[in-house]
Design a protein around this ligand. Sequence first.
Ligand code: NCD
Length: 303
Amino acid sequence: MRHVIESQQFDQAYLSELFALANAAEGSRDSSLRGRIMASLFYEPSTRTRLSFESAMLRLGGSVITTENAREFSSAIKGETLEDSIQVISGYADVIVLRHFEEGASKRAASVSSVPIINAGDGAGQHPTQALLDLYTIRRELGRVDDIAIAFVGDLKHGRTIRSLAYLLGKYRNVTMHFVSPENLRVGRDITEYLDRHKVPYEEHERIDDVLADLDVLYQTRIQRERLAKPADYASSGNSYQIGKDLVERMKERSIVMHPLPRVDEILPEVDHSPKAAYFRQARYGLFVRMALLTLVLAPAAG
Ligand code: NCD
């Protein structure tokens, strides 16, 4: 079964095939998934992930059934377990795209599902399809993934997108990772231990300025306010990493600023007009990558 649970599961051959399909999907529509049904089951808020998955399925001729805000509007509110919901829904759909507030939820779902589960975010755990579109963005914008320096900035403790992308970038050659965060929101040991094990060089910093001039990619993230134990943690982290025009102008000429979105105030709107601002293009690439992913999950022969 082709579940998509965590970034570590992808190998180079899979990534090459996926990116070739995503490239071909840019701007295209077909009916290759006609008659197939995707269920999107979202227990946490989402704009891009849910709508881009749904748009991707529709552009491939498939159909969509959907529960937004499943925490309140599904039978979960009546006490149904995730496992029971999944067993039932996997009888209605050919693939389930799941976002849940608990780490490990997708793995649990996969253990009882009779159709593929795609993890669209599990608490502070992973967001593997975001990592795929992030990687696609880097390739598309810079022409390579090997030999780059990237800084992850912001709430590295709770950010699931940085966790998934760090795991994925660890598979490429000569990638240097810089983790820039306040002391209380430092990147988790699970990631640094993984990087140590795979001999991927990384450094931790408290100031963006320490690394800015070397960067090919600045990956900004939002403080995950809803995942902080105490609101005081938010106040103390503040927006000391806010990115404005001046800062972006000091980056290398062929470099990009990425953000999984939504942004709050960590990138000022004045940056949007810079050619280096790649975040809205990144969100758009997500559609093509998800088309490719649904194709591989549902119709491997077509790949
Ligand atoms: C991210 C998420 O849900 O983890 N959003 C997304 O899917 N693009 C990032 C975030 O919420 O900060």
